[in-house]
Design a protein around this ligand. Sequence first.
Ligand code: BGC
Length: 726
Amino acid sequence: MYSKTLTAFTMATQLLARALAQDWESAYSKAQSALGRLTLSDKVGIVTGVGWNPGGECVGNTHPVGSIGYPSLCLQDGPLGVRYASSITAFTPGVQAASTWDLDLIRQRGQYIGEEFRGTGAHVMLGPVAGGLGKIAEGGRNWEGFSPDPYLTGIMVAETIDAVQGVGVQTAVKHYILNEQELNRETMSSNPDNRTTHELYLWPYVDAIHAESSSVMCSYNKIHGVWACESDFAINTLLKDRLGFKGYVMTDWAAQHSTALSANAGLDMTMPGSNWDGGDVYWGPQLQTAVTNGQVPESRVDDMVTRILAAWYRLGQDSDYPSVNFDADVAGNHAENVRACARDGTVLLRNEDGILPLTNPSTIAVIGSSSVIGRHARNQCQDGGCNDGALGMGWGSGAVDYPYFVAPYDAIDERASAEGARVVLSSSDNTASGASAARGADVAVVFITADSGEGYLEVEGNRGDRNNLDPWHGGNALVEAVANANENVIVVVHSVGPIILESILSHDSVKGIVWAGLPSQESGNALVDILWGDANPSGKLVYTIAKQRGDYGTQVVSGNDDYDEGLYIDYRHFDNAGIEPRYEFGFGLSYTTFEYGNITIEAVRPIAPGSATGEVISGGPSGLFEDVATVSVPITNTGEVDGAEVAQLYLSYPPSAPATPPLQLRGFDKVRLAAGESGTATFTLRWRDLSYWDTASDTWVVPSGSFGISVGASSRDIKQEGTIEV
Ligand code: BGC
């Protein structure tokens, strides 16, 4: 009953928002007529923030303009829920949601996040993250985004934007662009070549703009020596001209460095003021002066304001938008989505001798400091910036306060007692007590973690980026001690990204590895679902787990970054360099087995080689987004239990294309199948999926020749192959 009422509420909010939402054209014409009633000082007020948290709530705010009924816009972090609010949901981080490969869950997550922003009166959600893509495994904020694969990230970013904006909340997709590490993020320059920029780092922004994100947040770093927030190339040329972006570009917080230069490069809003405390260092009166003395044309300020007002009108925020109230209870039944993403994003990496699901153990040892609740989960640390106890998300502006936290030990203990089993707990990382708890237990479950976050906080010597890819708190030694004391060990990993597992895998008694990722507030509940087999694991890795750190070929740099690895990041690099990963991109086990049948490839329309055609719509030339082929593969659940398979499609380019990674993800489909049931995985290829960025013509080009289509259970477990001729 409770959940039915909320569903009705959800539907009503959506219908309302959809009814109010308008196309850009009518929103622009409303904005233009409002513009006529504004003074220059009103206009400057709309584009300049008034500081961080002036009312104790939103991290970004602008001047209201009474004459047109425009409020002080409330901008708030962040990608996984409403920051600094109390009765909210701490959704799973992007990387966890992505590991489900489940677009229904991603969409629902976006919608619920949107409802919570709307319910607290925040107009703009500062997210989702389309990049930092995560080219460096240690990158501190990778977990806020989805995956180092641009295709996967692009799809998830678009679904999220569509869902959040579907309930009338603006998105500010971030951090544009090439902000891949925390070290020196506010001083360094990222210098990739043009093709790499387009095919990897711009790719998900194309999806974001195509999904009509209201805003884009420019990043702290420089691009080829020019600040991202005053880069004419990044903002005017790429975003506004080539991608046809109709919304507005805002700075990351205090990422502005000039008055006229940034304005003329296409920047539309400065946050949180033009510096941290809302002082008007660059805009505010300075912008007004720059207009008066002719350094910035007034038409440019008009364009900024038109874009900002149009985004606000387009989502119907001018009508009955709730006022800001961060105490509003907006959580509803949204925890169901958290539990589902935590559960279905859990990746089973090892399962020997059928150790999982558990079969009526009478004693279970639970070991490790991260099995129990810590200070972060009790909200005793700023932005999650401490790291004891269970890990549910990383730290920084992308973290929210937990409304509650179900720790693994508590959920296991409850479930075990219901089954008549006894739990022995060692709640520290002390090897001797871990071994002693494990001795004599039927099964020992050891918890290890690795954490990272935003660089303004240092946690245990890690200033945002991780210092290495090892488990924290002596995780390897703890597992070794337990593995020497018990023959049936399951290691549960809560981590922001890959860790090196070689030491752990060397112990024969480690029979299970459960990659539980970042499960947020529903950690223990989701884990119990998997351990006892109430749910069949169906998550797959959204990054590669290497055998050794050096295998990744990218690292945090101390100066500028020339992106020498080019297109070869994550699995693209492992495949190209012939390096065997420990667990490849797309890998994940199940409690059942799946069989793939014969591939069918059907052309939707003839594909001619050459440059993208069509007028520029949101995202680029319209031809980019046309469907060109469908691929389908029957899949049968051949095991004893119900399950879900994430089938993946990888594309190989014909020899006429310039050197390209051997395989690139271009489709995925999560197929749920009861035991014995058959279904079909289907993939739709768009024109852009077959294209590469041609630097000579500065266009997306589809080369001629034979494209390889590989469909499989992971990037290295290809089951079916075919070709598309162009
Ligand atoms: C972060 C942004 C965030 C902003 C406001 C910055 O430090 O990079 O992601 O939205 O702060 O909190």
